[in-house]
Design a protein around this ligand. Structure first.
Ligand SMILES: C[S@@+](CC[C@H](N)C(=O)[O-])C[C@H]1O[C@@H](n2cnc3c(N)ncnc32)[C@H](O)[C@@H]1O
Length: 369
């Protein structure tokens, strides 16, 4: 990796899609201001585990006992987190956003530092683990979740949130802030030749999939300052985003690199965000004038029930009132407002949407122009 000598910063193109091996604070300092679109940070937890943990059958449970998770006290941990969070803020573009994940041991400290640094919290997400390890001793509740804090750089940031895509993937319902995702096991878990886990805290790909898909665009640069096994890089590549990883441990970097090399980018209508594209503006009257619809034609709901009839001027009537398609669908649903394009069907089969006619109109009429 070469450094641009004039600015003392890395050439961003040269570090894109690479793992930087080194201390995260030192390496973040070499990245130019406002060059990163999205950050996912999974820092040390400072677990402070003492002694070995055992399952009920007496076997040893491998929790987080790594050297990288050790700090002398909260003072040292807080200083470390303040420094890397400050650098992350500097390298984020003004409309960029950051996700930070932690557990009860560290998430409150991280949230406090982030607010002090004037990050603007957008959501805290509960990652609920259906297959979490039990509390073997039975002395507390089972700890079955971690928390992700999602922030933008400032209150004014026009951050990316791919609302429609996430709604589509959630059975067309607004997605919520509790995510049920199993911990990383099976083939997804990277193992060494001895069959042991390479990393104690490898995150599940599904978690990174939601994070990256919901808050970045194709071609964006996603930075992970605690890269570990490269889960962020693997999913960023899969979704057609660029990535940069920073990680101190060479063993993890080797495993992460071969993992990412094996990933193939999949650009489809989900990853390329085609659902986010604003619908074409076509008035109902245009569709009537151009004979895509006719006056007197019925409109149906998804169940195939007749709701209203189309008028010459593009309004619709239910026999009582003449309204726009939006007001008519809202009236039928007992709401103040509703999107009529999404509600109505032109046949009673629950398939042929009124909305599809707008797209047909645009593609045909633009060809004729
Ligand atoms: C919680 S793990 C991240 C796991 C990762 N998200 C994954 O899915 O594999 C934290 C990582 O940060 C690395 N790390 C800790 N302190 C660091 C530092 N000062 N500089 C660079 N890397 C560091 C550790 O080696 C460890 O791999």
């Amino acid at each position: 990796m070469t450094k641009d000598t004039k600015t003392e910063f890395y050439d961003i193109d040269k570090i894109t899609n690479t793992i930087i091996c080194g201390d995260t604070i030192e390496e973040l300092k070499k990245i130019e201001d406002e060059t990163i679109d999205l950050i996912f940070a999974d820092p040390p937890y400072f677990m402070q585990t003492e002694g070995e943990l055992h399952r009920t059958d007496g076997s040893k449970f491998n929790g987080v006992e790594d050297e990288w998770d050790k700090f002398s006290d909260y003072n040292e941990y807080d200083k470390f987190c303040f420094e890397w969070l400050k650098e992350c803020k500097r390298v984020l573009k003004k409309d960029g956003s950051i996700w930070v994940i932690g557990s009860f041991q560290n998430i409150y400290r991280l949230g406090y530092i982030m607010q002090n640094l004037d990050y603007w919290i957008l959501n805290d997400i509960v990652w609920s683990k259906p297959n979490a390890a039990p509390n073997f001793a039975g002395t507390r509740y089972q700890n079955s979740h971690e928390t992700l804090i999602w922030c933008c750089k400032s209150k004014k940031s026009k951050y990316t949130f791919n609302y429609k895509t996430m709604k589509h993937l959630n059975d067309n319902k607004q997605d919520k802030s509790v995510w049920d995702i199993g911990i990383c096991i099976g083939n997804e878990r990277l193992k060494g030749e001895d069959g042991k886990k390479i990393h104690s805290t490898q995150k599940p790909e599904k978690l990174l999939y939601k994070v990256i898909l919901s808050t970045s665009k194709p071609g964006d640069i996603v930075l992970d300052p605690f890269f570990g096994t490269g889960t962020t890089g693997a999913i960023a590549k899969l979704l057609g985003r660029k990535w940069i990883g920073i990680e101190r441990e060479r063993e993890y970097n080797k495993a992460a690199q071969s993992r990412i090399d094996a990933v193939e980018t999949l650009m489809d209508e989900v990853s390329n965000l085609s659902l986010e594209v604003k619908p074409p503006k076509v008035p109902m009257k245009k569709l009537v004038d151009k004979k895509y619809l006719k006056a007197g034609q019925q409109l149906y709901n998804k169940k195939g029930e007749k709701i209203c009839t189309i008028c010459e001027d593009g309004h619709v009537t239910d026999g009582e009132e003449v309204l726009s398609i939006h007001k008519m669908s809202a009236k039928y649903l007992g709401l103040t407002n509703n999107n009529g394009w999404d509600y109505f069907y032109i046949n009673d089969n629950g398939i042929d949407t009124l909305d599809s006619l707008r797209y047909e109109y645009i593609s045909k009429e633009e060809k004729n122009d």
